[in-house]
Design a protein around this ligand. Structure first.
Ligand code: S3P
Length: 422
């Protein structure tokens, strides 16, 4: 368990190439594994979560080598020799549950202590409604009872993982499957399924898919991860002498709500060179020391669109004048850690005034942050958000269990060193 010390630099400056988007990477591997033919995936996330997905797919008989995925259709999947280890990755477990629910063999999915605590009933329930054999565990057991039948499923929580699982089971089911979300969430699965030839329709009533067991393979270049970019956007905007450029970042509208929140807080992010790379819009993002003179509020619908950016937005709120309120984000309590508790503990230890709500925070600012010893709780996004707080604080901070950044951003500490100028 590594501890890492962080101090505020005199200048925070540089150009970064960020890791490939975690959500797009998982989907590029899973969907190409069930497609018929070979595909090449470029700029795959180097994070441990995506390695977990690739290893599970290999255990199911799929050849994956240097981003080349040899899909042999759903029927090419073979029972694994033992339980599938999803590590720390909820996306791996939930999306694979959707794929494996429609297979004629039973599979067992396991994870680390954090993943074993996370709610899987939310994915098991709709899969059972489709006629699948499924037990939330742990271990999560799924598959072996086919054929599935289509379902009209109203999701009780906004979750792209659950939505994706139901769609992945839906393309293996008889009849149509419709999913209705309480609030829109990231749509990478829908974009890829459409491009691979699945009969998918989206409208105000939800997302509908029909049977599609012959998907076309899809060559993809994965954009840089906007959820990783968010750490540097906040650090760059709030440090007094900063200029940070982030190249080729994914700006899919179902992911980029963070830019709107920053704008409301008086932080201008320059979005340059906008283009479409395959299915996903990308751009270069540039941020420098900003006015940052207004608090912000975030409610339920917006929270679903920037759920992974909320920890670092909480850091920003401690330095903004006024009261920022983040509500409708109860999902943060069931992420890799209880992020509501972990961020208030860390930021309050650094001298902030963060009041915990059941479903978010009320944050009173501005407060000078003071270096402190803080805990990541083994959660990559908490570790990186608290590191950003450390870059903005006076004195030295120590982040406990700092290695966990490798879940989504193994190069995080190197990139921090690259931007850090004495
Ligand atoms: C993800 C969806 C979100 C997010 C996670 C990745 C995805 O989880 O927090 O990091 O790739 O679908 P939920 O769908 O559970 O909200």
């Amino acid at each position: 368990m590594r501890m890492t010390a962080v101090r505020r630099p005199a200048r925070l400056e540089g150009v970064l190439e960020l890791p490939g988007d975690k959500s797009v990477s998982h989907r590029a591997l899973i969907l190409n594994s069930i497609a018929t033919g070979e595909a090449q995936v470029e700029n795959l996330s180097p994070g441990a979560d995506v390695v977990s997905t690739a290893d599970c797919l290999r255990a199911l008989g799929v050849e994956i080598e240097a981003g080349r995925v040899a899909g042999r259709g759903f029927d090419g999947l073979r029972p694994a020799a033992g339980p599938l280890d999803c590590g720390n990755s909820g996306t791996t477990m939930r999306l694979l549950a959707g794929v494996l629910a429609g297979r004629p063999f039973a599979s067992e999915l396991v994870g680390d202590a954090s993943l074993s605590r996370r709610p899987m009933g939310r994915v098991v329930e709709p899969l059972r409604a489709m006629g699948a054999a499924a037990d939330s565990g742990p271990p999560l057991r799924v598959g072996g009872a086919v054929p599935l039948r289509g379902v009209d499923y109203r999701m009780p929580v906004a979750s792209a993982q659950v939505k994706s699982a139901v769609l992945l089971a839906g393309i293996q089911a008889e009849g149509t499957t419709r999913v209705t979300e309480p609030a829109p969430t990231r749509d990478h699965t829908e974009r890829m399924l459409e491009a691979m030839g699945a009969p998918l329709e989206r409208n105000h009533a939800g997302i509908t898919v029909g049977p599609a067991t012959q998907l076309r393979p899809l060559d993809i270049r994965v954009p840089a991860d906007l959820s990783a970019a968010a750490f540097w956007l906040v650090a760059g905007a709030l440090h007094p002498a900063a200029r940070v450029t982030l190249r080729g970042v994914g700006t899919n509208p179902s992911r980029s709500a963070v830019l709107g929140v920053l704008a409301r807080a008086g932080i201008e992010v320059k979005v340059r060179n906008q283009r479409l790379e395959g299915l996903e819009p990308v751009a270069d993002l540039e941020v420098g020391t900003s006015r940052a003179d207004r608090p912000f509020s975030i409610g339920t619908a917006e929270a679903a669109l920037l759920i992974d950016e909320l920890p670092v937005l909480a850091v920003a709120a401690t330095l903004l004048p006024g009261v920022s309120r983040i509500t409708g984000a109860g999902e943060l309590r069931v992420k890799e850690s209880d992020r509501i508790a972990a961020m208030s503990a860390g930021l309050n230890a650094m001298g902030a005034d963060v009041r915990e709500l059941e479903d978010g925070w009320e944050i009173h600012g501005p407060h000078h942050l003071e270096g402190a010893r803080v805990r990541s709780e083994g959660d990559h996004r908490v570790a990186m958000a608290l590191a950003v707080a450390g870059l903005l604080a006076h004195g030295e901070s120590t982040i406990e269990d700092a290695d966990c950044v490798a879940i989504s951003y193994p190069g995080f500490w190197n990139d921090l060193d690259r931007l850090w100028h004495p």
